[in-house]
Design a protein around this ligand. Structure first.
Ligand SMILES: [Zn+2]
Length: 225
């Protein structure tokens, strides 16, 4: 079976990863997508290569505006490179060759799916919170029963969902193994596992701030939200 990843990491996120500006939680999702996606591995090496050249080209007299222009030029170049690559009919390694949980995710969980100790979330769904040293994000593995929506789903802040097994739909879009969905507070969405099998995915969200959630809890009854 040949699987091709359809939904990739955005330029912004991949650049943050390439430049070391992502915290651990978000990096796990990006790195795990990279393990499943030869296209994004190519994009990453192109960014690293171009980034190195840019750094060499920037001298100390460069203004911030010039750097911003270079950055814009780089992104333009990236998108044209990306499209030419996408149309090239070269064979790529398929995600089917990789274990269900690729590295670096597998190390965080101590093995592949057969060793996992799922915790019930209710309504047939399970999760495993993943401990990281990153207080800015919340990382967990989710198992969503076939045909059911993702439970305990918050719509605030940034969110990355990477499919590892099965698939989910969000509106008219299908996300399969290796596909990553980036969402933020501007996107109203509701992922639902496809009816054929349970869906296992990695979900990274902004860590809830305690005082914030407490405040929200306090004002919720008043505002009726
Ligand atoms: Zn990709």
């Amino acid at each position: 079976m040949t699987l091709h990843v359809q939904h990739h990491i955005s330029d912004e996120l991949l650049l943050d990863y390439a430049t070391g500006n992502l915290t651990e939680g978000w990096s796990i999702a990006v790195a795990t997508h990279l393990a499943l996606c030869p296209t994004c591995r190519d994009r990453l090496s192109f960014m690293e290569h171009t980034g190195g050249q840019l750094l060499e080209a920037v001298d100390e007299n460069d203004s911030v505006a010039t750097s911003a222009n270079s950055w814009a030029a780089m992104k333009t170049k990236l998108s044209s490179e990306g499209s030419s690559r996408a149309s090239a009919a070269k064979p790529v390694a398929t995600p089917a060759d990789v274990p269900v949980l690729p590295e670096p995710l597998r190390s965080y969980l101590g093995g592949d799916v057969e060793v996992l100790k799922w915790k019930a979330l209710g309504r047939g769904a399970y999760h495993i919170p993943i401990k990281t040293g990153d207080s800015e994000s919340q990382v967990r593995l989710l198992k969503i029963p076939a045909g059911k929506p993702v439970p305990e789903h918050s719509h605030g802040g940034r969110e990355l969902t990477l499919v590892l097994k099965g698939a989910f739909t969000d509106g008219a879009t299908v996300f399969k193994r290796g596909d990553i969905e980036e969402a933020d507070e501007t996107l109203t969405h509701q992922p639902v596992a496809t009816p054929d099998e349970d869906c296992i995915c990695l979900a990274v969200t902004d860590a809830p701030l305690k005082f914030k959630s407490l405040l929200v809890r306090l004002v919720q009854p008043v505002l009726g939200i």
